[in-house]
Design a protein around this ligand. Structure first.
Ligand SMILES: [Ca+2]
Length: 427
């Protein structure tokens, strides 16, 4: 039902109600009964009216709203009408911008193309250069390979040369060593020859010296009664004495026939000379140092032929003197080796043996002296003691070795050498 229809219905209802109310006076009797339905109807109509009013109001409101909407729609339409123009303008602007962009892009593209072209050219040039360089490199490589081959060949040659050189060196070394050895052997032979020559010369010299000494001795001590003393040599030689085995004996400097044989030597007190009878009989000490040959051998040597005696003395001032006797002879064991003879004295020491002639030999355990006391015990040695006497060459070293005529009986001599020699061999 629209608003016009509702309004028409409302007016009709109101008119009918008004007609019903105005006829009440006329029908008073029983009016009330008759009015009631009308009142009810009226009341309902009023309510309806109210509702209709409300609806009408709402309808009016709705109409108003729809008018607003319509206006807005109109406005929108207007806008819509205007918009195509705007869009067209915008589109035109955008088109222009787009064209500019396209132009710019085109320019850039052109630029890029030209740049690309240049780069391509450059690359092509570089490739060409690279190709050339590669070619050169290959050539160089070939050259290098050639050189390497040459080098290897040279190396091989050098190696061969080296090997050859080493071989040559080895050979040369061997040859050289052989030569050195030969030369060394030659040298050795020469040296040994020289040595033997030297030895021979030395021997000759020694012999000459000995001969000279002998000559000197004969021409001085023996014949002029002066004294040519010996050196201090203690050389020992193997000598064969009569009725005895060959033995080592000291011959001093004079070895050649006729030579002096040392039978007693004192030099440093190393050997004890305070010995018993048997020791003096058999001898003692070291023939190259201090020793006594022994009475038995002395007797054997001297008994066969005449001998001469030579005594050399030395004091602590290293002064020497000698006593020479031209005939020395002793008895055998049964005679207690009595000093039979000494012959004639000559020399520088004085004759301190004179008292001992015809005296038997004595040791501390064999008192054969002519004194009441034991001279051997007193003078600590073995000797041809008389009344003890004036000589004691076997006495205690540094105490009782004396030769009275030279240094007195209280002076103990530093060294003594007693020697014998066959008398006839050199006259
Ligand atoms: Ca006595």
């Amino acid at each position: 039902m629209n608003c016009g229809t509702k309004f028409l219905l409302f007016s009709t209802t109101f008119l009918i109600s008004c007609i019903s109310l105005s006829g009440a006076d006329w029908f008073c009797d029983s009016c009330e009964e008759k009015i009631r339905p009308i009142q009810q109807l009226l009341s309902r109509t009023l309510i309806n009216n109210k509702q209709i009013e409300l609806e009408l109001h709402q309808c009016t409101t709705n109409i108003h709203i729809s008018e607003i909407i319509e206006q807005k729609f109109m406005k929108l339409n207007e806008k819509l009408d205007k918009q195509p123009n705007t869009i067209s303008q915008e589109f035109s602007k955008l088109s222009q911008l787009s064209q500019i962009s396209i132009d710019k892009l085109s320019a850039i593209e052109k630029q890029q193309q030209s740049s690309h072209h240049r780069e391509l050219n450059t690359i092509t040039e570089l490739q060409a250069k690279l190709y050339e360089k590669n070619k050169e490199l290959k050539a160089k490589e070939n050259e290098c390979a050639d050189l390497r081959n040459q080098l290897n060949a040279m190396k091989n040659v050098i190696k061969e040369k080296e090997t050859q050189l080493i071989e040559n060196e080895k050979r040369a070394k061997i040859v050289l060593e052989q030569k050195i050895k030969e030369k060394y052997d030659e040298l050795k032979i020469i040296k040994s020859q020289k040595e033997s020559e030297e030895e021979h010369n030395a021997k000759l010299e020694a012999k000459t010296q000995n001969l000279e000494n002998q000559l000197s001795l004969y021409s001085t001590c023996c014949k002029t009664e002066s004294c040519q003393t010996f050196g201090n040599s203690t050389n020992a030689n193997i000598i064969q004495i009569p009725d005895s085995e060959p033995m080592k004996l000291s011959c001093n400097d004079v070895i050649a026939e006729p030579g002096w044989l040392v039978f007693q030597r004192r030099i440093d007190g190393h050997e004890d000379f305070n010995r018993n009878w048997t020791d003096y009989q058999m001898g003692f000490g070291n023939v190259e140092e201090e020793f006594f040959l022994g009475l038995e051998k002395l007797q054997q040597i001297t008994k066969s032929e005449p001998h001469e005696l030579y005594i050399q003395l030395e004091d602590y001032a290293n002064e020497k003197s000698c006593a020479y006797y031209d005939r020395f002879e002793i008895g055998d064991a049964d005679e207690n080796y009595v000093l039979k003879s000494i012959g004639t004295y000559s020399g520088t020491a004085g004759n301190s043996l004179q008292e001992n002639i015809e005296q038997q030999f004595s040791t501390y355990d064999h008192d054969n002296d002519s004194d009441e006391i034991n001279c051997a015990k007193l003078l600590s040695g073995g000797w041809w003691y008389s009344n003890c006497g004036f000589s004691n060459l076997n006495g205690k070293y540094a105490k009782d070795i004396f030769w009275d005529e030279w240094r007195g009986y209280e002076y103990s001599l530093k060294s003594v050498i007693m020697m014998i020699r066959p008398k006839n061999n050199h006259h």
